[in-house]
Design a protein around this ligand. Structure first.
Ligand code: ADP
Ligand code: MG
Length: 378
């Protein structure tokens, strides 16, 4: 017997997206362009994704009844939100094809599972130590040395669920402040820069990577992404190889963001993975003929994956909270700025409200000062 030939979903098929935020919104818009209909599982009837979708199922991600109603309305399931319960994933996987698979989601939901998986795959990560008890934490300090970073294994994002431990006096406070336990301690890496690679893998095993992105954070939240990253070409090639290795080891179908640290010797350590479109890939929306969202939709619907070509250098600036959004009128009035608004009604502090891309079509990202100038009064 030969294996069935994998086939692509036809136009007008329904793409089910778990999660109603901006990643779902931009995925739904990319889906529409390819003739697919997006159906969102969300508890926000007027949220960023629901505003642009063909349909929604209103409900919680762990409500079996909502998950069943959602599955019956769609042809394939994907996620813009990773923290679906194991039971919920199992239920969905029994009803519809889920891409990326529930197994990949489970690995990415849990920092310990993620590190064990990467270790097994031979992918370098920062030295780490599992912490369930105060004794474990003392052992971690012994094993890793100070300083280190203590993180919750689950539900962390935008720097939340983390504490830096600089001295032995910080240990107890950090342990008590972080919940839920268990935790993971990681050696503090004195990196030269942070980068990420978006990798997509199709149903036929074709793998494509976008150019390496250089990322800068502010208050634990991504602030700027620059593409291509200003790192030596051989290091960039290795970073792309690492991302492909992770995608293959996971048997990925879909899109995956791989966050990495580049150390002062050009060594690469993987920080974390996200099996979905990623904030650091938003520059592709304007700098690539096929952006990360289109690549994601193509991968999960079984369409061929074109090369991840970039036609311009690009900078992406996140618009976070009320301060950045106060600049929106001048941003939309400034030629050369390419704004993206997520449709959120309320600009709370720390909330991602939109982003702006700036292209440098003739190459040559400006220096730091030039970026600020190009982005105007941000
Ligand atoms: P999040 O889920 O919040 O993105 P990360 O693990 O990516 O969590 O950590 C957020 C940021 O904290 C990283 O982008 C990096 O700047 C910093 N960071 C995390 N782990 C380390 C580490 N081991 N060494 C140095 N910096 C780190
Ligand atoms: Mg991160």
């Amino acid at each position: 017997m030969t294996a069935p030939v994998p086939s692509a979903l036809p136009p007008n098929s329904v793409l089910g997206i778990v999660g109603g935020g901006q990643l779902g919104r931009m995925s739904a818009m990319a889906a529409a362009r390819l003739g697919f209909r997006a159906h969102i599982l969300t508890n926000e009837p007027d949220g960023p994704a629901a505003q642009v979708a063909h349909g929604i199922t209103l409900g919680a991600y762990d409500d079996p009844d909502a998950l069943r109603r959602f599955a019956s309305a769609v042809d394939v399931v994907t996620f813009e939100f990773e923290n679906v319960s194991a039971d919920g994933l199992e239920l969905l996987s029994g009803l519809r094809t889920v891409r990326p698979s529930g197994r990949i989601l489970r690995v990415s939901q849990d920092r310990l599972a993620e590190k064990r998986f990467l270790d097994d795959a031979g992918v370098p990560v920062a030295p780490w130590h599992a912490v369930e008890s105060r004794q474990d934490l003392d052992d971690a300090a012994q094993a890793l040395g100070l300083p280190f970073i203590l993180k919750t294994t689950r539900l962390g994002y935008d720097g939340k669920g983390q504490r830096r431990v600089h001295t032995a006096g910080d240990l107890a406070g950090a342990f008590d402040a972080l919940a839920p336990h268990p935790l993971v301690a990681e050696k503090m890496i004195d990196f030269a820069c942070e980068v990420s690679v978006m990798v997509a893998r199709g149903i036929d095993g074709t793998t494509v990577t976008f150019d390496v992105t250089e990322n800068r954070h502010r208050n634990g939240i991504l602030d700027l992404s620059l593409a291509p990253a200003r790192i030596p070409p051989d290091v960039a090639a290795q970073a792309r190889d690492v991302a492909v290795r992770v995608a293959m080891a996971l048997d990925l179908v879909g899109l995956l963001g791989v966050e990495m640290f580049i150390d002062r010797d050009g060594g690469i350590l993987v920080n974390e993975i996200a099996p979905r479109p990623h904030n650091s890939g938003h520059w592709t929306m304007d700098a690539c003929p096929v952006d990360q969202f289109a690549m994601h939709v193509r991968a999960i619907t079984g369409l061929p994956l074109p090369p991840a070509i970039r036609h311009s250098d690009a900078v992406m600036k996140n618009l976070v909270g009320p301060d950045d959004m106060a600049q929106w009128p001048s941003i939309v009035a400034t030629p050369g700025l390419l704004p993206h608004h997520y449709g959120k009604a309320e600009a709370r502090p720390g909330r991602k409200m939109g982003h702006v891309n700036v292209l440098f079509p003739h190459g040559g990202l400006p220096g730091e000062f030039g970026v600020e100038a190009a982005l105007g009064p941000l």
